[in-house]
Design a protein around this ligand. Structure first.
Ligand SMILES: Cc1cc2nc3c(=O)[nH]c(=O)nc-3n(C[C@H](O)[C@H](O)[C@H](O)COP(=O)(O)OP(=O)(O)OC[C@H]3O[C@@H](n4cnc5c(N)ncnc54)[C@H](O)[C@@H]3O)c2cc1C
Ligand code: SF4
Length: 475
């Protein structure tokens, strides 16, 4: 354990946001990194609990060795701390930026929890800055070829581990850039795209191959010993209201993809919020990303409609620690809207009943209605001006086209979860990530990709303990 009294002497301090005025002018990183002394002081707060819930099933899905690397960080042994982190975390530069930090919510210090996510980010960025992170090639190659379909976090984590285990991993991706929702989904200010590209270059140097602009086709994958489907779960839930095909009505991920494409190319986005009255349907995290993006594009106004009532300010009795707290939070986009517009953009227990369009088919307004439970309250209909309607109402599972092409029957939730809960669909075909579990989190997709890679490895007749393929030898 680091400093026994650390948690009593030092307050929890997270990496602060850049001030709203400044950050709304660009799409750059939201946060300001803290210097080494601050991070070491934060790490000194870890109590090295007898039962560290942070790394249990309530906490980090990767089961990161949090008390161990916090202790080493407190002692100023950053390189050793990073080594301990990399034993379980494939890409801390992603989770250190976008993870909701399940570990922190499960920390024994509860609201005054450790800043594990920021500490993790500091360790990996210190590693890159000092040249400690470099390509690591497997000592021996197995001669087995594995195709990984999809380059989101699950596909990247699986390809990374398969490669370390000595297999030849080829990632097949239909988009023009690798990363899945890390690239086209999560906005640049949350996860700068050069961070994703840096990891891809490292993986290429380690031997992982990427085939971009390529739709996966079972016939073309016959030469592979195993195929792992990591195609995500981006099938969006539609509004199904009159006029929902009007011009100016878009699914959130299409809008966010266009926004990131424009940030990367320097061109104008094909869908823009500039000067528009924007309404986002869906009060969740994807909706929040739309709010933050619309504000940066210079929207005239932005509102976020949510069908559910607002969450309580504190945990309820049925949601005790160390469970994830289902309490009201304001994320960066909502904070920015409060700064710009003077009020929370979220309107609860409200939905869109009808879209109103002009003669050219362009949306001009929406009719909303208040809800009780899920039932509309008659007489509460209201017309709200709207030039851009963004639908962030959740996801219904993976695309049926890919499932049909590979002859996989989807379960009731639209996913590829085998009945035995494994990753093995049939013969040499496997699935992982959101495609298997439904829309989730980056950290869960990473953990699932790694678990699938181990299953593929076993199926290929290899043991993780085979000399030259030992996982621990590589971390
Ligand atoms: C807008 C948004 C913001 C989010 N923000 C966060 C966040 O801040 N923190 C967090 O933890 N989680 C976040 N999530 C959730 C997280 O991004 C996902 O859970 C995670 O990316 C899932 O990873 P995956 O690898 O399973 O799939 P994906 O990331 O969806 O990647 C799947 C990839 O497969 C490719 N593909 C699909 N089918 C084929 C095919 N037939 N041939 C070739 N390629 C194919 C797709 O093009 C895509 O690149 C967010 C999700 C969204 C939508
Ligand atoms: S990956 Fe997420 S849950 Fe795990 S240690 Fe990092 S911040 Fe915590």
């Amino acid at each position: 354990m680091g400093k026994p009294t650390g948690f009593m002497e030092v307050d929890r301090i997270e990496n602060p946001y850049r001030d709203a005025e400044t950050r709304l002018r660009d799409f750059d990183d939201l946060h300001v990194a803290q210097p080494a002394e601050a991070r070491r002081a934060q790490a000194s707060r870890c109590m090295s609990c007898g039962v560290p819930f942070c790394q249990s099933d309530f906490g980090c899905p990767l089961h990161n060795l949090i008390p161990e690397w916090n202790d080493l960080l407190y002692k100023g042994q950053e390189r050793e701390a990073l080594g301990r982190l990399l034993q379980t975390a494939p890409f801390p530069e992603f989770t250190g930026r976008v993870c909701p930090a399940l570990c922190e919510k499960a920390c024994n210090l509860e609201k005054n929890a450790l800043t594990n996510r920021d500490n993790e980010l500091y360790l990996i960025e210190t590693g890159f800055a000092n040249g400690w992170v470099h390509p690591r090639m497997p000592k021996t190659r197995t001669g087995k070829r594995v195709a990984v379909v999809g380059s989101g976090p699950s596909g990247l984590a699986a390809a990374d581990l398969l490669n370390r285990l000595g297999h030849e991993a080829t990632v097949i991706e239909r988009a023009d850039r690798p990363g899945g929702l890390l690239m086209y989904g999560i906005p640049n200010m949350k996860l700068p795209k050069h961070v994703v590209e840096r990891r891809i270059r490292l993986m290429e140097a380690e031997g992982v191959r990427f085939q971009l602009n390529t739709e996966a086709n079972p016939a073309a994958l016959k030469a592979y010993d195993a195929v792992l489907l990591c195609g995500g779960a981006k099938k969006p839930r539609a509004l199904n209201v009159p006029n929902d095909d009007a011009k100016g009505v878009h699914f959130a991920v299409d809008y966010l993809t266009a926004a990131t494409g424009a940030v990367l190319s320097g061109d104008s986005p094909s869908i823009t919020a500039k000067g528009k009255a924007v309404i986002v349907v869906g009060g969740g995290d994807t909706g929040n990303d739309c709010v933050g993006t619309a504000l940066r594009q210079g929207c005239a106004s932005v509102l976020q409609l949510e069908m559910m009532p607002a969450l309580p300010a504190e945990r309820t009795a049925s949601n005790p620690w160390p469970e994830w707290p289902r309490t009201l939070r304001a994320d960066y986009g909502q904070l920015e809207a409060i700064f710009r517009q003077g009020g929370d953009p979220r309107v609860y227990e409200t939905t869109v009943r009808r879209i109103i369009a002009d003669a050219s088919g362009q949306i001009t307004a929406v009719e909303t209605v208040r809800l009780q439970g899920f039932a509309p309250i008659s007489g509460t209909e209201k017309e709200m001006p709207c030039d851009l309607l963004l639908i962030a109402a959740g996801f219904l599972g993976c695309e049926t086209e890919t499932a049909n092409r590979f002859g996989v029957t989807l379960n009731a939730r639209g996913g590829m979860m085998p009945a035995d809960g494994s990753h093995h669909l049939r013969d040499n075909l496997f699935a992982a990530g959101d495609m298997r579990t439904g829309q989730s989190l980056v950290v869960r997709a990473l953990a699932d990709g790694r678990a699938a890679a181990m299953e593929v490895n076993r199926w290929l007749g290899r043991s993780a303990e085979t000399p030259g393929t030992s996982v621990s030898a590589w971390m």
